[in-house]
Design a protein around this ligand. Structure first.
Ligand code: NOJ
Length: 575
């Protein structure tokens, strides 16, 4: 067995293809346990989109949504989140950029992803690294130009990769022309009506910012307060204002006309605020996720009007999609975001918040599928707001096992850049930390910088092929052993595991079906099958090896025991 954080496997993890005769994790023991029988294949679904010839993405993008080719591309896509600042730097300033992304499209094609989601690249002071937008219809010089964006889009198409951009409708930057005009204008002016301004000696209510501290800041002493649910540099827009809605339509059309394939909606549960901005009556410290405690800042019924507006625009551009970042307190409310006239998909975040424990994971999967209903589920174990899986689960072995679980599930999967290299979070010195979530919580929270350290591509430090300059966050020496170049050459690297998994997911006929059924499994283990197929995924989170279910081993996240058993902290695919 390997210890935590080790980066190499001793033997090939690709299965031998031998049939396994005996099992205690088999369907024969408890097929009745299936809990997902109500999920039915959508009418006309043939999943042909997974077998399109390379390059056909481009030509099919403008076809009607429900074409005879099967479900839309996004229903089963593997999407790779590019945190642009940290992906690849083309000009040596230490910050990733669009030309950098463009230069690495070959890598993404080799990895086998269907699409990329780009973190925001709009003009921005960078208080929240681009989630504070001062112009939603342009590109920040730090990342390049609109021409670079168009070039990236065109090249991505040539590589058979679709492009999703990140829209930030809940707030702008305090440097957005609207907010600057609002600050210069008088209380009660039309300029201030696009935001939430209120007068008074004290903050208008007790709301806290998500990053820490009050959600209200004064524009100047003796002037009004403005609302910001995140950093003070991110004033919240007033979604009751017609110009705010019109401007989002304009932004959507601007990017759809350029040819983007989809939009990720930041804080899709934000936007509308409780009528009258009442005090938050919940326990101090409760989060938006706290059950049975409505949060006046988020998930107000009014948000759905905005999502209908977004859908209305996208429906005029066949093949385009919207996926929402939706964090709400119950699954029924979550499901409302993916009603037929709202967002196409929504992150559920069940797995992202789940411990490495089979029973919890199984419950998360069931909950996510049940909430999604007929909408494709979205699976993710990593993003730019959370520790890398290696760190969160406590070992590379576990992260690799969870990758196989995630990629075996029906629906689409979102990977976070660096996840495929098995990068751990970096414990940065305080002096290097930049996240407002660290600064505004007075250092109580470490923030999110640790998972945003740039990707090691090849060679030596300090830039490891990410940059020829100094990376914007220091890259540790340990990243030198995890470079993409080295891992491409190593058949048992984490990168090779992801490549094999994505290839199987795309090509193997067993990766079909929208339902899962559970097998009986020993304590600390789980095994599910994609209904109507032979694909079985087994996971062992217990401390002892267990026999595998019957079937040919397609892929395992670590070598099997000498007797063929599934070791602890390991997952296997069988068919
Ligand atoms: C969610 C984004 O994922 C996060 O990075 C950002 O800080 C907040 N929204 C505010 O825009």
């Amino acid at each position: 067995m390997r210890g935590d954080g080790e980066t190499e496997l001793a033997e090939s993890t690709v299965g031998s293809g031998t049939e396994r005769a005996e099992s205690t994790v088999g369907p024969e023991t408890e097929r009745a346990e299936s809990t997902m029988n109500s999920r039915t294949e959508p009418a006309g679904s043939t999943m042909n989109s997974r077998t399109e010839p390379a390059g056909s993405h481009v030509d099919s993008r403008m076809e009607p949504p429900e074409s005879a080719a099967g479900p839309e591309w996004w229903a089963r896509a593997v999407v790779y989140q590019v945190y642009v600042r940290s992906f690849a730097d083309s000009d040596g300033d230490g910050v990733g950029d669009l030309a950098g992304v463009r230069s690495r499209l070959g890598y993404l094609e080799l990895l086998g992803v269907d699409a990329v989601w780009l973190s925001p690249v709009y003009p921005s002071p960078g208080v929240d690294h681009g989630y504070d937008v001062s112009d939603p219809r342009d590109v920040d010089p730090l990342f390049g130009t609109l021409d670079d964006f168009d070039g990236l889009l065109a090249d991505a198409r040539r590589h058979g990769i679709r492009v999703i951009i990140d829209l930030v409708p809940n707030h702008t930057s305090d440097q957005h022309e609207w907010f600057r005009a609002a600050v210069s204008a008088a209380p009660g002016s039309p300029e201030r009506a696009r935001y939430h301004f209120r007068g008074g000696a004290a903050p208008p209510n007790n709301w806290q910012s998500v990053f820490g501290g009050p959600a209200w800041t004064r524009v100047a002493p003796d002037d009004e307060w403005y609302l910001h649910l995140f950093a003070p540099g991110q004033p919240d827009l007033n979604w009751a204002h017609a110009e705010v809605r019109e401007d989002l339509e304009k932004t959507l059309r601007f990017w759809c006309d350029r040819g983007v394939d989809g939009v990720r909606i930041d804080v899709a549960h934000g936007l509308a605020k409780a009528e009258g901005l009442p005090d938050d009556r919940r326990q101090p410290g409760w989060t938006v996720l706290t059950e049975d405690a409505p949060d006046p800042r988020f998930d107000q019924d009014g948000v759905h009007e905005v999502h209908r507006l977004i859908r209305g625009v996208l429906d005029r551009y066949p093949g385009r999609m919207a996926i929402g970042e939706v964090i709400v307190r119950d699954d029924a409310r979550w499901a409302a975001y993916v009603r037929p006239d709202e967002l196409h998909l929504a992150f559920h975040f069940g797995l992202l918040n789940c411990a490495f424990a089979a029973d919890e994971i199984r419950e998360c999967i069931d909950r996510t599928l049940a909430a999604a209903g007929d909408t494709p589920a979205v699976w993710t174990i990593a993003n730019h707001d959370n520790p890398h899986p290696v760190t969160r689960y406590g070992s590379l072995e576990r992260a690799r096992a969870m990758a196989l679980v995630t990629l075996a599930l029906p629906g689409s999967a979102y990977l976070y850049n660096g996840e495929e290299l098995g990068l751990p979070d970096v414990d940065l010195p305080d002096s290097a930390l930049q996240d407002p979530a660290w600064q505004l919580s007075d250092g109580v929270r470490r923030g999110r910088d640790g998972c945003r350290v740039p990707l090691p591509w090849e060679g030596e430090g300090p830039g490891y092929g990410f940059t020829t300059g100094e990376p914007w966050l220091p890259m540790p020496e340990s990243y030198g052993e995890l470079t993409a170049a080295d891992q491409l050459e190593d058949p048992v690297s984490t990168l090779s595991l992801y490549r094999q998994a994505l290839e199987l997911r795309k090509e193997h006929p067993a990766f079909r079906g929208d339902e899962v059924e559970w097998f009986g499994a020993p304590e600390g283990c789980l095994a599910f099958r994609r209904v109507g197929t032979t694909l079985v995924c087994a996971l062992n989170t217990s401390e002892r090896p267990v026999p595998l279910p019957p079937g040919d081993v397609l892929l395992t996240s670590a070598p099997l025991e000498a007797n063929g058993d599934l070791p602890p902290n390991t997952a296997a695919w069988l068919a």
